[in-house]
Design a protein around this ligand. Structure first.
Ligand SMILES: [Zn+2]
Length: 613
């Protein structure tokens, strides 16, 4: 008889204990946690392993954490309780969140998608708990799941315009409650919620024209986003919700109309709804990871490339009026006078971060990190905080006569993605592989992990990008050899340097790649990176080559004051920072001095991103 080793025995008893727990808590005792076919080059840290330190990103995360923790449970549950015929105390939250007789799309969007963001608030809080360990946050997540469970009924989706949209968010919230807030009921509740929605979902993912061709009560019934379902369905499958989630995910992959042409290099984005189609690229990614089918990787990579190269503003934002445009049409340039709805910011940034994390991890290409940081510093970090009554920052405005404004409807989609994106700042900042750690975002933060047996932490101190440098200090319980790979942005100039303990590191420092620094690290070692941040001009599109935005490194700069000031290319490129570390830059023209500001520094003043030169 073969002797059972201690290790095998331990593994077997841990598995037995694990399945006993599952059997107690859910009816899914058989559900194994599935594995990916593809292991990305770089892996993500746990939420708990990265802590943001004092700075604008931490402030935004903390503000959102406190805001969503304070939301009233009864108000959050009201639309679900009403439809289930249960007592439904509390006031209406209003806006998109509650059923309303006023709903008359597209004229009046009050009552648009009742309960749609419930799952996103749950997800944002579950991630915030994983980061902070805040007990009240975990208790709120578990309480909301418990109170949501008895409200689940198919009646909720009768005459409901976007069942897939809302279910996708509910699914995300429940699998995050399970994964990040140790909720013992969440997967069982998800199975119940899935049973309730299935009769209301179509047989496959539908495009808008396909939805328009079917009988529909009003226009809003043609806006559902079935094609975004697979990402969270695959995640549900992988986190142990059951095999049917893999089958459901496969059923909603939009192959023929979207992923197949994208994989062949055909740009099918023009005319499509922007955010949901970027979000759908994340479904392609999960399909790639689970099945190993390279088609999905090509689709996601090409799709993102089309967004970045043909649909994007200098800020990294994309999709004016939430719609992708035909390359060569000049419509990006025309949008500067035609709309103020230039970039759907919290949702778009959330999708952008997700897809660039996938791309960065799979390819190891640091330029996806460059794209992520543009969106961070020029869009989402400048979002106005959500107000008590659900008034939400939604569109960034790149019109030639622009201002920061709130969306007219309370509790819109962007109130759901806002706490999710701010919770994801930490896990987007660092990645790892067996050789060491990759520094992706230059944010004040600390990552803690075990490397070659050594308990290691890396503490980053910086006010980048307002100052062109960052400092990273290592703490180890014993010396260890590994790589610290630094993202050198593609825009970085030749004077960019890396030093360890004051001595410049020699080597092939290439902009647009990670720069690996390998040595035997000991506690107190310090890495200093100084970026050569050039001023550059970027045209809005090839049809408007003289309509340009000014960037300093990754930072887009917005003119304030006299918005019709005439500036030449040379004057723009000679912009100088008002004082070191300031968020103001000065452009001197013959007639005046124009103050240029970063997006987060703009308050209520009018501003302008693009200039005729
Ligand atoms: Zn949104």
């Amino acid at each position: 008889m073969k002797k059972t080793s201690r290790r095998t025995f331990l593994k077997a008893s841990a598995a037995a204990a694990g399945s006993a727990l599952i059997a107690h808590s859910t009816r899914l005792s058989h559900a194994a946690v599935a594995k990916d076919a593809i292991i990305p080059k770089l892996s993500q840290f746990e939420y708990s392993e990265v802590q943001l330190l004092d700075g604008p990103a931490l402030e935004q995360f903390n503000t959102n954490h406190a805001f969503y923790l304070a939301l009233d449970d009864d108000k959050l549950l009201k639309p679900f309780r009403q439809r289930a015929g249960l007592p439904a105390p509390g006031e209406d939250m209003g806006g998109w969140y509650n059923f309303s007789d006023q709903f008359d799309p597209p004229k009046n969007m009050t009552g648009y998608i009742p309960g749609h963001t419930f799952g996103q608030y749950l997800s944002g809080l579950a991630r915030a708990y994983a980061i902070t360990g805040s007990k009240p946050t975990q208790e709120k997540v578990q309480r909301l799941v418990r109170e949501f469970a008895p409200t689940i009924t198919g009646k909720f989706y009768v005459d409901y315009p976007l069942p897939a949209y809302t279910f996708d968010k509910t699914n995300c919230g429940l699998i995050d409650a399970h994964q990040f807030a140790a909720d013992p009921q969440a997967l069982a509740v998800l199975n119940h919620a899935t049973d309730a929605v299935l009769p209301f979902l179509p047989e496959k993912a539908l495009t808008r024209p396909e939805q328009e061709a079917r009988p529909h009560k009003n226009i809003s019934f043609t806006w559902d986003e079935t094609y975004t379902l697979p990402e969270n369905l695959y995640l549900a499958y992988k986190r142990g919700a059951g095999d049917r989630y893999q089958q459901l995910a496969t059923r909603f992959l939009q192959n023929k109309e979207y992923f197949d042409p994208l994989a062949e290099g055909k740009n099918v984005l023009p005319g499509e709804h922007a955010y949901s189609h970027v979000n759908a690229l994340c479904s392609a990614f999960q399909a790639y990871l689970i099945t190993g089918d390279e088609k999905y990787l090509r689709a996601a990579r090409n799709g993102f490339d089309f967004v970045r190269t043909t649909q994007s503003f200098a800020t990294g934002g994309w999709g004016p009026d939430e719609t992708f445009r035909a390359p060569g049409s000049g419509e990006m340039g025309e949008s500067l006078t035609k709309t103020h709805a230039s970039f759907e910011t919290p949702c778009g940034a959330y999708g952008h971060f997700k897809v660039t994390r996938y791309l960065l991890r799979v390819t190891g290409d640091s330029r996806y990190g460059d794209s992520m940081e543009r969106v961070l510093y020029n869009t989402i970090l400048g979002a106005k905080p959500i107000l008590e009554d659900g008034t939400t920052f939604y569109y960034s405005d790149y019109n030639n006569n622009a201002s920061k404004f709130f969306h007219q409807d309370k509790w819109p989609c962007c109130s759901g993605t806002f706490p999710q994106i701010t919770a994801d700042y930490g896990i987007s900042s660092y990645f790892r592989d067996p050789s060491g750690v990759y520094v992706n975002l230059y944010l004040p933060s600390r990552v803690t992990w075990t490397q070659n047996g050594a308990r290691t932490s890396l503490t980053q101190t910086t006010s980048y990008p307002e100052t062109p440098e960052t400092s990273l200090e290592l703490t180890l319980d014993r010396p260890a050899s590994f790589v610290v790979a630094l993202r050198i942005p593609a825009w970085a100039g030749p004077k960019t340097t890396v030093a360890v303990n004051g001595t410049r590191v020699t080597g092939d420092l290439k902009p647009g790649a990670f720069f690996p620094v390998e040595r035997n690290w000991k506690s107190g070692d310090r890495i200093e990176v100084t970026f050569d941040m050039p001023a550059t001009l970027e045209a809005i599109d090839p049809q408007h080559p003289n309509t340009v935005a000014l960037l300093n490194g990754p930072l887009a700069l917005f003119a304030t004051g006299d918005l019709s000031a005439k500036m030449t290319k040379a004057q723009l490129l000679a912009a100088r920072q008002a004082v070191r570390g300031s968020s103001d830059w000065i452009v001197e023209t013959e007639a005046e001095k124009v103050t240029m500001k970063t997006f987060p520094a703009i308050k209520d003043e009018k501003y302008r991103l693009y200039h005729e030169v």
